[in-house]
Design a protein around this ligand. Structure first.
Ligand code: 5AD
Ligand code: SF4
Length: 428
């Protein structure tokens, strides 16, 4: 999502006559897009800004964008006085005007919104960096207020784009030669078509997904992220019915213990999560499932943690992004007692990652000998390999006797497997 936000910022400014350069040294204006999902990400921002200080003497202008900007607001100016612009993601459309103010001599310009804003992050121009695979935002913000999460405060309330405008953008991308589209949102399955558009049709998320998948020229459609609570069976039906919809679902579970899920205010139980997994396992194609997990949420006991480990065994994820709980400003869990010591969080994280690694070793092995379609992403000259991605979103590196084109789709016979990737040779 942050990568795509940066594409929107670049697109907006290029349209105004700005030119993108490769390095900070070459730039006159440096915009730093930031994330505040965990404290570590936020600390990085201020460390990086301290590195930029030396450039101020060269007359460069600095701006901080994204969630740290939205969260810290004018405090950014105090911590990094050489910054001239602080703007949250709902203000990107106004960036050209804000930059005019800076040029007019205003050295502290802000674009900060309250949570209630109806402003869309949508910008008219987007500079997509990859010519084959592109993102489209369908829903912004979040109203879920999970107890640990800062997103509802930094990205504001939930607001969906019309399905007509999403489809128009997708068709335009297909015309430009894009073959893969990834629909983005904090919770794509909370999508609610705000009006009927010109065609008079109001679409559910599953209908929108299917409609994007049916656009001529589109070969792969992905979507991220999903919330288990709003994850309906109709999404599986759509994947069954439309072959271009990728056989991969990222469904963050966060914990395998219903008690911890309650404390996290996730509004589903372990059993309800597993019910959704069971739906996926009845799909016509094998759906690859990935997840996010938080360890060391306040009050998480050894028994709760053991339930998370057993859930990993039960589901058999193909990838898990695991994080140590990080207390965030404004969030309800900030005031919870029973904090877990940092060393214990680290221990749990290691145990969880080791268990998941074993699961992936077993899971990835079973693809050896199969022939899988990969979209060619890049060339690794040192290894004399091509890097590709399967519909299931797995990395599939391969050798080839003739050079495939980046962005093309090739068939690869899998010859060996690793915990996080597959290796094979292109089949002609
Ligand atoms: N601490 C740790 N992990 C967090 N995440 C979100 N908020 C926090 C937090 N305060 C994780 C969740 C989410 C992912 C994007 O980041 O697992 O799914
Ligand atoms: Fe954060 Fe929960 Fe919203 Fe996801 S659903 S962005 S974890 S509040």
């Amino acid at each position: 999502m942050n990568v795509h936000d940066s594409e929107k910022v670049v697109g907006t400014l290029v349209q105004e006559g700005y030119r993108q350069v490769e390095t900070v040294e070459q730039a006159e204006l440096v915009l730093y897009n930031t994330c505040s999902i965990r404290d570590k990400a936020e600390q990085k921002v201020f460390n990086r800004l301290a590195d930029y200080k030396k450039y101020k003497a060269q007359g460069k202008t600095f701006g901080v964008l994204g969630c740290v900007a939205q969260q810290e607001g004018e405090k950014v100016f105090e911590r990094a006085p050489y910054v001239s612009l602080v703007a949250g993601s709902a203000s990107y459309r106004n960036l050209p005007e804000m930059l005019v103010q800076i040029q007019a001599g205003n050295s502290r310009v802000t674009g900060l919104d309250d949570r209630q804003t109806d402003e869309c992050f949508e910008t008219e121009f987007t500079a997509r960096t990859n010519p084959h695979r592109g993102y489209i935002t369908i829903i912004e913000g979040c109203d879920k207020f999970c107890a640990y999460c800062v997103v509802p405060f930094t990205r504001g309330k939930e607001r969906s784009r019309t399905s007509e405008s999403v489809l128009a953008e997708a068709r335009q991308m297909a015309d430009l030669g894009y073959t893969e589209i990834q629909l983005l949102g904090q919770n794509v399955n909370s999508y609610k078509d705000p009006d009927c558009g010109d065609s008079g049709k109001k679409r559910t998320f599953a209908e929108l997904l299917a409609a994007v998948g049916e656009i001529p020229g589109i070969r792969r459609v992905r979507f991220t992220t999903s919330h288990p609570r709003d994850f309906g069976r109709d999404i599986i039906d759509a994947i069954d019915a439309v072959p271009t919809l990728c056989d991969h679902v990222h469904l963050p579970v966060q914990s395998g213990s219903t008690r911890v899920l309650d404390a996290m205010q996730r509004l589903y139980s372990r059993e309800q999560y597993l019910e959704r997994i069971a739906w996926m396992k009845t799909a016509k194609r094998e759906i690859s499932i990935t997840s996010d997990v938080i360890v060391g949420f306040p009050g998480e006991t050894e028994a709760d943690f053991a339930e998370t480990l057993s859930l990993l065994d039960e589901v058999g994820f193909d990838a898990v992004f695991a994080f140590k709980y990080s207390p965030r400003p404004n969030t309800p869990s900030l005031s919870l007692e029973d904090a877990i010591p940092e060393e214990e969080k680290s221990r749990r994280l290691e145990v969880l990652m080791a268990r998941q690694r074993e699961i992936q070793i077993q899971r990835y092995k079973k693809y050896i000998g199969s022939i899988t379609e990969a979209m060619v992403e890049s060339r690794n000259e040192a290894r004399k390999q091509w890097m590709g991605r399967t519909s299931q979103n797995k990395t599939l590196n391969f050798t080839a006797s003739t050079d495939p084109k980046v962005g093309s789709y090739v068939n690869v016979r899998v010859t060996s497997s690793f915990p996080n990737s597959l290796l094979g040779e292109m089949v002609i």
